[in-house]
Each structure stands twice: as structure tokens, then as C-alpha cells.
Design a protein around this ligand. Structure first.
Ligand SMILES: NC(=O)c1ccc[n+]([C@@H]2O[C@H](COP(=O)([O-])OP(=O)(O)OC[C@H]3O[C@@H](n4cnc5c(N)ncnc54)[C@H](O)[C@@H]3O)[C@@H](O)[C@H]2O)c1
Ligand SMILES: O=C(O)CC[C@@H](O)C(=O)O
Length: 533
């Protein structure tokens, strides 16, 4: 299949080159919005953006053929990931292509801020000369507080240590080992605010980070602190910044990012403050970073479109495993098992437990996605895939438990689904022999061996002579051929379970005579897709 990708923002030309090298048709059309964008996007399988294009639910809906949204950069706050996930559209970014540039920009901002460089440049260029007014401060031996010890925070740390700064950090997700390796002291946020001479933030904008510094918590700040934000607008409350400076809490502010970009008139006013220096979201704007993110996003998207690799995917992390040859047989097994389990399940079943034993256990995450795909395909009208399966499971209130064991007692690998009905668990287990021989091996304690393919009749009967003859006669009368069969029982003469594979899809009318047979109970008809080539 040939793929088409649309580049919507000002992404470096290496993006087109890489797509073309990979045989992907690529079109560039910048700054589209509204109806123009909805019309244009229809035929494309992928779109590439930076931060200008807002990839809203409406845009995704208009993208009838859309499979991937690629962000040439880190922040994906301009992409409605939830809506993309629901539609099974992959969202990817390039998490490290612009790390170095942004870290360098941050260090540049720290030095420019404390040495009053931008203000002094303006003065001299305007024909002035004032050495007293632009007296600065050294960073040497000062404390730099870092909020967010991720990729950029870590690179800033290493660079500013060479300026002999003492680095402290607040990051609830950072490990002590990581901090030790970097020579950073991990502290709580209040301590960081109260002891830092400079504070730089390197987190996404979230409910937790929004307004991290504002007039409300001004008393927590070390007097005369310098604030730097090269992450996302709004982490410092912008409208409070002039007052924080004028009232002596803050010595100066450096901003590369704003809540609205370009800044609104109101925000523009704030930026006129002589102690606030600014750049127009330039952190990642270097030739090197832009080449890297452009190349990376094109290569990642081409790989994903060809289903070779899913590196950089944000809303389908576990699907990157699907390119691993080892996981492929289990994926199909899991999906088939999900499909059969839901066909055997009573209506409204919503409590499931998935058990993985043996080598397959290490892939449990993606196997759960695959079971859910099989299970939900029967209930959800939209296309369910590995990206959106968990979303639909949650939306439908399915309660899922997952357990793993490194070994199975009976088979090399075993996947079992239990579903709860009237307080009792029904159980179905399956395994794969070789690469594609998928078999159910147990249903509700009955050992059975049944290929997981095609059209299957499954029923319970009393274990006595003549039962199979009745069924085969009812089928033969309708000229329906039996392909294979499997019998299972717990004890001679008690209950038995029988599975009969037939050579054609059966209609309700054809099934009726079988439902009417005496001593044949709980007859169910299951249809499974053929094994993939
Ligand atoms: N100015 C630019 O041009 C530019 C360029 C690249 C990235 N960015 C932005 O910089 C930010 C950081 O990027 P990164 O690549 O380092 O990301 P990252 O994911 O590597 O690091 C983010 C860190 O923030 C931490 N974190 C999350 N919530 C937190 C909280 N409430 N308190 C403290 N720490 C928290 C995470 O644990 C993580 O370590 C992102 O917002 C990104 O969009 C801006
Ligand atoms: O595309 C850009 O220049 C913005 C980059 C940056 O904000 C990011 O999050 O990667």
C-alpha cells in the first residue's frame, strides 16, 4: 500500500527528503485551518505538525484516512491525544531531537538574564551607553533550582555545573539514583522555591505545574530569585510577573514560551517590563535540532505506516512490541481468545481476568490490548485496534485484572480468560503450537482441543452414546459438513462438552434444529476469523 503524508507546519525540509527516500508521497501545505484544513486532510494517512496547527477532534474527524499524527518536537499540547486514541490514530513525537538546543537556550537565558545582556544590547544599539544600570550578578556558587529532571532538566544541570552552580531539583518521578548520578540534590518544591537563586522549569504544563509561581505563593520564594521558563507558558502565572518583580520578590524573568503564542496584547504589555527578557519560543529553533526532529519524525512515521516499528508513539506505547517476531503468534492467539470468550460470555459480562503463563507473560501489556481488541470488536461499532482498545474497555466499564506467571504447569504458554457470572468464574484457556496452530485447551474445567479458526458449534451434553450422532444427523440433513470435532469430559457418564467445526457459516434458521435437540444444552455458535497468513 502506498501512503500519503501532509506537512502542515514549518518543519525542516529533511522531513520531505526522508519520506521520499522511504517511498511515502509527501505534500507540504502550511498554515491551513478551518474548512480548508478539513477538506485538505481527507486523503492523507499521516500529518506532520510543530506547534502552530491545532490538531483538534474536528481535524481528526475530517481525517478519514488518518493513521498517524507526527509532532516534530516534544510538546503535544496542540494535539487532542484523547480524541486521537479514541479513533485509533497514533500520535508520535520526537522526544529527544531538540533536547540539547533547548538546554543550551535555557543556559543562554540564565546568563543573559543575570548579566542584563538583552537590555544592554538594546541600549547600545539605540545609541546609548550605561554601564551602571546594567550591573549584573554571577551565577558562580549560586543555587539553580530545576523543576523537572527529565531530558532537558538533566542537560541544563550538566551545563550549569560547569559554571560552578549548585543544583537542586524537584521532580516527584525522578529516582534517587538518577539524581545521584547527576550530582543533584532532590528536594521538595517548597524547599526549592525557598532556597534557589535561579529557578528553571522543565516540565509539561499540567494541572500540577500550572501557576507554580504566582503572587499567591510569593512568600515561599527566596527573595531576589531569577525565574526562567523555556518549557511551557503558564507554569509561572504571567500576569503576576511584573508585580512579583516590582515588589522585590523576583529579580528578573526570562521567558521563551507563553500561554498564547504569539502573545496577546495584554501579555505583550507585561513583556515590556525592563526586568523581563523574552524570546519567541526559540528553544528548539536551531538548524541542528530542526534537522534532527524532521528526520526523526519522518523515519518514525514511515516505520509505523509500514508496521515495522512504533518508536515515539505516545498513545500506544505497548504496540511497539508488535514488531517483535516473538510476540506475533501470541498476539493473534490473544485476539482470537478474546473473540471466542465474548461470544461464549453471557450478556453484560463486565468482569474479566486475563492470565498469562510461560514465555508470553512478558508481553502481557500488549496481549491485554489484543484480547480487548478481539473482545470489543463484537460490541463496538467503531474500528477497535491496539491503540484504542483500552479506551473502549474503560468507556464500557469493563473491569479487568491481569496476572502473570513465568511458567505454565501444562503448556509452554497459556493464556486464560476468566469472566465472572453470578459470582462464578467461567474459564477458557488457549495456547499456540509452533507459529500458527492456535488451540483452545480447556473450557470450564473440561480438557478439550479445538483449533481457533472458522465456524464452531459448542454445546454441553450428557455423556452417553448417541449424542454426537444426533448432532451430525441434524447437520447432514442440511448438507453441512463437519470439519473437525473435539470432545471433553470431566468424568465418565457425567457432563461432557463438545465442539464441532463446520465448513460453512450457519444461519439462525440452520441452527434452530440443533437448539431443539434433546439432551443438548447451552449450544453456542461461534465464528472466528481464519488464521492470518
Ligand atoms: N522551548 C522549547 O522550544 C522547547 C523545546 C523542547 C521541549 N520543550 C518543553 O520542555 C519541557 C520538558 O521537556 P523534556 O524533553 O525535558 O521532557 P521530559 O519528559 O524528558 O521531562 C519532563 C520531566 O518533568 C517531570 N515532571 C512532570 N510533572 C512534574 C511535576 N508536577 N513536578 C515536577 N516535575 C514534573 C517528569 O518527571 C520529567 O522528568 C516540555 O514541556 C516540552 O514541551 C520546550
Ligand atoms: O517546534 C518547535 O519549535 C517547538 C518545540 C518545543 O516547544 C517542543 O515541545 O518540542
Amino acid at each position: 500500500m502506498s501512503f500519503k503524508v501532509l506537512i502542515l507546519d514549518n518543519v525542516n525540509e529533511r522531513c520531505e527528503e526522508v519520506f521520499k527516500e522511504r517511498g511515502v508521497e509527501v505534500v507540504r501545505n502550511h498554515d491551513l485551518s478551518g474548512q480548508e484544513l478539513y477538506d485538505e486532510i481527507k486523503s492523507y494517512h499521516g500529518i506532520v505538525v510543530r506547534s502552530s496547527t491545532k490538531v483538534t477532534e474536528e481535524v481528526l474527524e475530517a481525517g478519514e484516512n488518518l493513521k498517524i499524527v507526527g509532532r516534530a518536537g516534544v510538546g503535544v499540547d496542540n494535539i487532542d491525544i484523547e480524541a486521537a486514541t479514541k479513533r485509533g490514530i497514533l500520535v508520535m513525537n520526537t522526544p529527544n531531537g531538540n533536547t540539547i538546543s533547548t538546554a543550551e537556550h535555557t543556559c543562554g537565558m540564565i546568563l543573559a538574564l543575570t548579566h542584563n545582556i538583552p537590555q544592554a544590547v538594546d541600549k547600545v544599539k539605540g545609541g546609548g551607553w550605561d554601564r551602571k544600570k546594567y550591573m549584573g550578578n554571577e551565577v558562580y556558587n549560586k543555587t539553580l533550582g530545576i523543576v523537572g529532571l527529565g531530558k532537558i532538566g538533566s542537560e541544563v544541570t550538566q551545563r550549569m555545573q560547569h559554571f560552578n552552580m549548585n543544583i537542586k531539583a524537584y521532580d516527584p518521578f525522578a529516582s534517587v539514583e538518577q539524581a545521584e548520578r547527576l550530582g543533584v540534590e532532590l528536594v521538595e518544591l517548597d524547599e526549592l522555591l525557598g532556597t534557589s537563586d535561579f529557578l528553571t522549569v522543565h516540565t509539561p504544563l499540567t494541572e500540577k505545574t500550572k501557576g507554580m509561581v504566582s503572587m499567591e505563593n510569593a512568600d515561599k520564594l527566596k527573595k531576589g530569585i531569577f525565574l526562567i521558563n523555556c518549557a511551557r507558558g503558564g507554569i509561572y502565572k504571567e500576569e503576576d510577573l511584573p508585580a512579583l518583580i516590582d515588589e522585590g520578590y523576583v529579580a528578573g524573568v526570562a521567558l521563551d514560551v507563553y500561554t498564547t503564542e504569539p502573545p496577546t496584547d495584554e501579555l505583550y504589555e507585561i513583556l515590556q517590563h525592563p526586568k523581563i527578557i523574552t524570546t519567541p519560543h526559540l528553544g528548539a529553533s536551531t538548524d541542528e535540532a530542526q534537522e534532527k526532529v524532521a528526520e526523526q519524525i519522518a523515519a518514525q512515521m514511515a516505520d509505523a505506516l509500514e508496521k515495522k516499528d512504533f518508536e515515539g508513539s505516545l498513545n500506544g506505547k505497548s504496540i511497539s512490541l508488535t514488531t517483535n517476531k516473538e510476540v506475533q503468534p501470541y498476539l493473534e492467539l490473544a485476539q482470537k481468545l478474546g473473540s471466542i470468550a465474548i461470544q461464549l460470555a453471557p450478556e453484560h459480562a463486565n468482569e474479566f481476568s486475563f492470565e498469562y503463563s510461560g514465555a508470553c507473560a512478558k508481553f502481557s501489556d500488549v496481549l491485554t490490548d489484543s484480547i480487548l481488541k478481539g473482545l470489543l470488536s463484537h460490541h463496538v461499532s467503531e474500528a477497535v485496534n491496539l491503540i484504542n482498545a483500552r479506551h473502549y474497555a474503560e468507556e464500557r466499564g469493563l473491569n479487568i485484572r491481569e496476572t502473570t506467571a513465568s511458567q505454565s504447569e501444562t503448556f509452554n504458554d497459556l493464556i486464560t480468560i476468566r469472566l465472572k457470572e453470578d459470582g462464578e468464574y467461567q474459564k477458557i484457556s488457549a495456547t499456540v503450537f509452533g507459529e500458527k496452530d492456535y488451540r483452545i485447551v480447556e473450557i470450564d474445567g473440561f480438557g478439550i482441543e479445538l483449533g481457533l479458526e472458522g465456524d464452531i458449534l459448542m454445546y454441553k451434553n450428557v455423556d452417553k452414546p448417541g449424542m454426537l450422532a444426533k448432532v451430525s444427523y441434524a447437520l447432514a440433513k442440511q448438507e453441512i459438513n463437519i470439519a473437525s470435532l473435539s470432545l471433553g469430559r470431566t468424568m465418565k457418564g457425567t457432563n461432557a462438552i463438545t465442539a464441532v467445526s463446520v465448513d460453512k457459516k450457519m444461519t439462525e434458521e440452520e441452527l434452530q434444529p440443533l437448539y431443539d435437540l434433546e439432551d443438548i444444552h447451552a449450544l453456542q455458535y461461534i465464528s472466528l476469523p481464519s488464521n492470518q497468513d
